[in-house]
Write a protein that binds this ligand. Structure first.
Ligand SMILES: Cc1ncc(COP(=O)(O)O)c(C=O)c1O
Length: 398
């Protein structure tokens, strides 16, 4: 135990990102926060930015705010997120929830491959991804095919990919096991079959380096409330490669995706640029929070964040392995994201008892405890305190 604390203290002392933790609101009652993979901590800058927005901009500028910069936020903040995920300007917007972004991307992709009649989704992907894939398939007369991740966290598309495949929807990091897929390789594989790929980046944006343009990705989306720390329900981003934008038709056209927002025209003409991905009035407070979170990740650097993430997850894996627990996260650092998942009998109870001690993990049905490590806010000491609490609880139930 003491050795472990020493190891953690050494890692904290050598951590080039250590100062970032002080930039977040830290509740003294929370001994260890291991759920930043669900909801990132609150940045102090965001507290100030939102106070100013509410008081001076909403309160003071009222309707004038729209022409003084609010209306540009979905594309401006989109470009800022784009920089983090290797997307040149003009291809990314921020505005809807992730679920809505998935629906838009899937519909648009199916329309871009009208002669093909199959959609592929990972069998155990996040529920919203699967439900939407089912709905889009049913509404567009396509057949849904599913493919499971292998036990080692890799994915083989051989049996499901072919001449009939229109689109493949994949999560970069699996929300349960934390397995990280090889995005460039799988994108090439899907393209070799003549299909399009939609990537869900919810669990990788801000914590894993991503190069969407370089990998030739077609469409991608992700949430901003995990490793981008933009707050509960903050708007998601949606990326469409520039080569697709001129022909892209999304299923929820609205005045914000029209060529001229204020023309109030009888007929809908989509905007020629990324604005065509939008629908209705965006949430300005949410967009401003995304801007703050993205700026922090950008300043800290995704490469440095990833390096710390690998150390944090490595430390946690060592502790869990030493206890002989059933860890479902891949051991190879190149194949895992930033959370570590354990399969445990009575997982819900374990998570609740950890919470009683001020350690907040994440429980996923039926028997998984996820430990999320957020490199900007999680210290090595915090990770050790959290895992020790978990091991204490587990030992006491044996
Ligand atoms: C991988 C993944 N996809 C989609 C979603 C759904 O996002 P939202 O509820 O913001 O629409 C989540 C939410 O956590 C997620 O983890």
């Amino acid at each position: 135990m003491i050795d472990l604390r020493r190891r953690a203290a050494r890692l904290d002392a050598a951590d080039p990102l250590a100062r970032w933790r002080r930039e977040f609101v830290l509740d003294p009652d929370v001994m260890a926060y291991l759920d930043g993979n669900s909801l990132g901590r609150l940045p102090r800058r965001t507290v100030e930015r939102l106070q100013t927005f509410v008081r001076d901009e909403w309160g003071g500028r009222l309707i004038r705010g729209w022409s003084e910069g609010w209306a540009e936020l979905p594309t401006a903040v989109g470009d800022e997120v784009g920089r983090l995920v290797g997307a040149a300007a003009g291809q990314t917007v921020v505005g809807d929830s992730t679920s809505i972004a998935i629906a838009k991307a899937l519909h648009a992709a199916v329309r871009l491959r009208p002669e093909r009649d199959e959609i592929v989704v990972a069998a155990h992907d996040f529920p919203t991804d699967r439900y939407l894939a089912q709905r889009v398939a049913a509404d567009t007369g396509r057949t849904l095919r599913t493919v499971g991740l292998r036990d080692d966290g890799t994915l083989d598309l051989t049996d499901v990919l072919g001449e009939r495949t229109a689109v493949v929807l994949l999560s970069h990091v699996d929300y349960r096991s934390g397995a990280l897929l090889d995005l460039p390789r799988l994108t090439r594989r899907v393209h070799d079959a003549g299909a399009l790929v939609v990537w869900d980046l919810c669990h990788s944006v801000g914590v894993v380096p991503i190069a969407l343009d370089q990998a030739d990705v077609d469409l991608a989306l992700g949430c901003t409330y995990k490793y981008l720390n933009a707050g509960p329900g903050a708007p998601a981003f949606l990326y469409a490669a520039a080569r697709h934008l001129p022909h892209l038709q999304q299923p929820l056209p609205g005045w914000w995706s029209a060529d001229d927002l204020f023309a109030m025209a009888d007929d809908y003409r989509p905007a020629p640029d990324a604005r065509r991905l939008l629908s209705g009035t965006p949430n300005v407070a949410g967009l401003l929070a995304v801007r703050e979170g993205v700026a922090m990740v950008d300043e800290a650097g995704v490469e440095a964040i990833r390096a710390k993430s690998v150390l944090l997850t490595g430390l946690v894996l060592d502790l869990l392995d030493a206890e002989g627990l059933d860890v479902v996260t891949p051991r190879d650092p190149a194949s895992r994201g930033s959370h570590v998942t354990v399969r445990l009998p009575g997982a819900r109870d374990v998570a609740e008892r950890m919470a009683e001690r001020g350690v907040l993990p994440d429980f996923r049905e039926p028997d998984l405890v996820r430990l999320g490590l957020s490199p900007l806010t999680t210290s090595f000491e915090e990770a050790v305190v959290g895992v020790e609490a978990m091991l204490d609880v587990v030992r006491s139930t044996r």
